[in-house]
Structure formats: C-alpha cells, structure tokens
Ligand binder design. Structure first.
Ligand code: ZN
Length: 413
C-alpha cells in the first residue's frame, strides 16, 4: 500500500474524541463549537499535506492543494464531519479523512498536479438539526431553497443565526458558490451503511448510483370520541387507518423479492393522544426509495390509491404533502471504471452496488460527474454508536481513493 495506514488510523482515533458519546459513539452537530473543533483538527492535517484551508460562508471546511494550472476545473473530494445525534465514528468521517490521507500521500510522493484539488467537509449533511440536509453541498452549487435560513433547530435558533455564530456571512453566499464547469468531478469515500458488502465478504464496493428518496407526510383525519362509548362500527379512527397504510406500504415495497425498493414510516404523531379518546388525526412520514424511478413512481401511485381506499373504508379524509422528491443519480461510468481498475490492482474483487442513503455526492451529481467508493461496515449498522468499519478496510478504501485520484489527474493532456 502507498497510503499510510497507521497515520489514517491515528486520525480516526483522534477525530472520534471530538463529540465523543459513550465508548464508541459520536454527537457532532453541524455549525457548533464541537464541529468547529473537528474542523480545526482536520484543517491541521490538511495543512500538513500542503493544503491551504478556509471555512466558507455555508460552513464548509475546504482544503485546497493548488495545481500547476489553477485555471483547470478542480478535482473535488470529500464528505462530512457532522454526525447524527446518536451516531457513530465513521459515517462521513471516512470520506474526509480518506481524502486527506490520499492527498497527503500525493504530496509525499512528490507529485505536483496540474489541476487544483480540493478536500471538503460539507456543512450539515445529516440534516437533523434543521430538518433538511446536504446544506453545504447544495449551497456551493446555488441550490438552496427559499426559506432555508429561517428553519429553526429545537432551541429556536435559525439556520441564519447558527451560520453567523459559526463565523459565516449569509449575505456573502455568492462568494462561496462555484461557477458552472469549475468542478471537474467529485469523489466520495463512504461506509456502506448497509449489509451488502459484508454478506458478499468483500471489503470494498463500487457504487453504481444513489437511489432517489421520495418523502411524503400523510395526514389522516377522522373524529375523536370517547373510547368507552362510541360503538366500533360508528368510529372514524385515524390511527386504525394509519396502521393499514403502514402495512400497505410494507407490502408495496416488498412485492418484488430482492428488489432494492425500500419503504419506511419513521415517525407518527397522534392527536389528541389520550388513552381514552379515539384518535382524530394522525400524521406520519413516508420514505420511499428505489434506483428504478419508473418502479418508484408506480409504487407511489399504488400507495396513494391504497390511502384513498383505506380512508373510504374508515370514513377518514387525507392530505398528502411532498417534502422531498429526487430521482436516482447514477455515477459516471468512466469514474467507475477507474475505481474498478484500482480495486483489481489490489485483488479486491469489488462488486458494484447502489446506495440507499443519500450523500453529498447526490447534490454534486447535478453539476458534475461523480463516483463513490463504499467500505464494508459491520452488520450494516449506521447512524448508531455501534457503527463499525475495520481500519484494514478503511485503509483499502483510502488506497483505492488514492489510486483513483492519480488516474483522474492523469487524464489531462
Ligand atoms: Zn454520511
């Protein structure tokens, strides 16, 4: 291996101390002093690798290795250092530390690239603090939506205020945006967050694409009444309707065995939430994903039909709002080929697999070619302190990333 596996491991160990939760967990919320500490540590390693560093107006940490020909579009690498509130040590961190290791190795090898390389830790990938993610990666591309700065966290702090407190200037977003064509391509290393590589007994996977999530909020309305007196046949119980919809979603998403379709109801609110009142109103979220957009659309139509039928059956009304809808985003084949070639060199026999979770790559995919390298993670567990990837596997991932960077740089004439 060309990369320094011991150094990479020591970086993971040092980073895991920042926002440490219990023995193996991490809580590193975006735009906080904890994330700032993580940025300072990562920036010191970037500087060791010969990069200049800055935090831009979106709250992204950007390390820059200036190329011999700075006019060329930049090769961008990265992921995120913010974590879930009850998260692990590897989600996002792998992509940032892997990229720093790759560029440190490049510098040590005395390679002076023509193209400028940037390593980015994107702001608020996770999205839980302000209930909307991929903030930094959408921000640099001018893809924020109206009202995003007015979103508040649980303490009532707006995104705008959090940015200002972090040292950013929301009035100067334009200065931190990238002009069309200024990014040559984007590379992200990430833990798989699923069980496919472990089941296949392979340390590394080549990502084919990111399946698009459809996020809906469904509200069912019935009629409250005394749980002791209203006869069953006269009820308009919104929670009974919700229960049937949840089961229907599960059945819709499993009608093709082994298809990558996934459907989840992750939150549910019941009103008025009293043990002796029939539930009048229930709202719940739907997360539906598939790499095949045509199939996902078909399933969405089936689900909407089922919701209507269930409402008729239980005398309910419904409203469905769409919170997010993005189509599957496929990796660039020329980049997948390069990654596969690097894996072959290391005898890794890396399978191709798709990503169910979304990543900063998804935002970048709208403006440039991108590819992702997945590292096996134990039992597919993520967003949990039990999340685990071995340092051997992570080193292999960084080595593949390094080889890929070299090949990408070699493409210029
Ligand atoms: Zn992540």
């Amino acid at each position: 291996m060309t990369i320094n596996a011991a150094r990479l491991q020591s970086h993971f160990e040092a980073m895991s101390e920042i926002g440490k939760l219990g023995e193996t967990g991490t809580c590193r919320p975006t735009m906080t002093s904890i994330e700032k500490q993580a940025f300072e540590l990562a920036a010191s390693w970037m500087q060791d690798a010969g990069m200049t560093t800055r935090i831009d107006n979106f709250g992204n940490l950007v390390g820059k290795l200036e190329g011999m020909n700075p006019e060329l579009p930049v090769l961008m690498l990265g992921s995120h250092l913010d974590s879930q509130p009850y998260g692990g040590r590897f989600d996002g961190v792998a992509g940032v530390l892997g990229a720093i290791e790759a560029i440190t190795t490049l510098t040590e090898q005395g390679i002076k690239p023509q193209r400028t390389i940037e390593v980015v830790s994107f702001a608020d990938e996770e999205g839980w603090r302000f209930n909307k993610g991929l903030f930094g990666s959408r921000g640099i591309l001018g893809r924020l939506e109206d009202g995003e700065l007015d979103r508040t966290d649980k303490d009532g702090i707006t995104r705008r205020q959090a940015l200002i407190d972090f040292g950013c200037d929301p009035e100067k977003f334009r200065e931190s945006e990238y002009a069309p064509g200024s990014i040559y391509c984007f590379l992200e290393l990430h833990i798989e967050q699923g069980p496919v590589l472990e089941l296949a007994n392979k340390p590394i996977g080549v990502v084919s694409g990111i399946s698009g999530p459809l996020w809906l909020t469904v509200k069912l309305k019935g009629m409250a009444g005394h749980a002791g007196s209203v006869p069953m046949h006269m009820r308009k119980d919104a929670l009974v309707g919700a229960a049937e919809v949840i089961v229907a979603l599960h059945e819709i998403a499993t009608q093709v065995i082994y298809a990558p379709t996934v459907g989840t109801v992750g939150t549910i609110n019941v009103f008025p939430a009293s043990r002796n009142i029939i539930p009048e109103e229930v709202s719940f979220t739907i997360d539906l994903r598939d790499i095949d957009l045509e199939r996902r659309n078909r399933y969405e139509a089936q689900l909407r039909g089922m919701i209507d039928a269930i409402c008729i059956k239980h005398h309910l009304t419904n409203t469905i709002t769409e919170d997010w809808n993005s189509e599957p985003r496929y990796c660039a084949s020329w980049m997948k080929d390069i990654i596969s070639k690097q894996c072959d060199k290391l005898d890794l026999d890396a399978p191709e697999l798709m990503s169910g979770p979304f990543h900063d790559s998804m935002a970048l995919s709208y403006v440039t070619d991108y590819a992702m390298i997945f590292v096996r993670c134990k039992d597919g567990i993520s967003h949990n302190p039990l999340e685990f990837a071995s340092y051997e596997d992570l080193s292999l991932g960084a080595e593949v990333l390094y080889g890929t960077v070299l090949e990408v740089l070699g493409r210029e004439g």
